[in-house]
Design a binder for this molecule. Sequence first.
Ligand code: NAD
Length: 249
Amino acid sequence: MSDSTTGEPRLAVVSGAASGIGRAAALALAREGCAVVAADLDERGAHHTAQEMPSGRGYGVDVSDGDSVAALAAQVLDELGVPEVVVNCAGWDEARPFLDTDRGFWERVVQINLLGVVAVTHAFLQPMIGHGRGGRIVNVASDAARVGSSGEAVYAGAKGGVVAFTKSVARETARHAITANAVCPGPTDTRLFRAQPERLREALVKAVPMRRLGQPEDVARAICFFASRDSGYITGQVLSVSGGLTMAG
Ligand code: NAD
């Protein structure tokens, strides 16, 4: 994935890159020749991911904090230049019946899962447009956004917001040759999934037609496709990676 005009590697920013799907996506993009910014609340984990790549750099960021996102963008633009690819993968949830949740919990879920995507996209989009070379935004939503998920009402709402945000940004940026697409993982074997109650985890695996959990690498492949130059005429799309669990039209 080097830039055919300059021979420079394409620069990709990946949030949530310390763990799970974000980590797998960062490593897959690096294998395809990208220089990768691995950004995460877990700064040590981000550095750890970056160390596994030939041209990786780790950064700490809290996507739910506007100042932290602005600081990340300023540092990346100053030290490495304008990214061509932005992958929003940072996310968080805790399964709880909706009626057991309160405003503090709702705000945390929306701040991280929806406003985090909005803030990171906003921070890098203007420089990407200014650079005039096109680009790729890949947002990791969830099948919960498409079909709902018991115990994850607010998270599903935030992820539904990510899907609608992605489509709207895709419309606004299409004339700049910047695509925006969403990947919706189903149950995937990561720290986030392992934190869910066992009963819920077992029920989800049984519901998957392929009868297995997704692996982070399964999702990373779809992210890499949307991040690649090969997907240049595909925008505003939503792709489930869930072993057949969701077959939305
Ligand atoms: P994970 O917990 O392994 O990774 C999530 C990463 O996001 C962690 O490294 C964490 O430190 C980081 N993060 C959390 N809050 C952050 C913040 N405020 N700022 C910056 N980084 C932050 O979980 P995962 O399963 O790999 O999740 C990746 C994405 O996939 C998330 O957006 C999640 O909602 C989505 N997803 C996961 C599943 C699943 O079953 N695992 C299903 C659907 C969607």
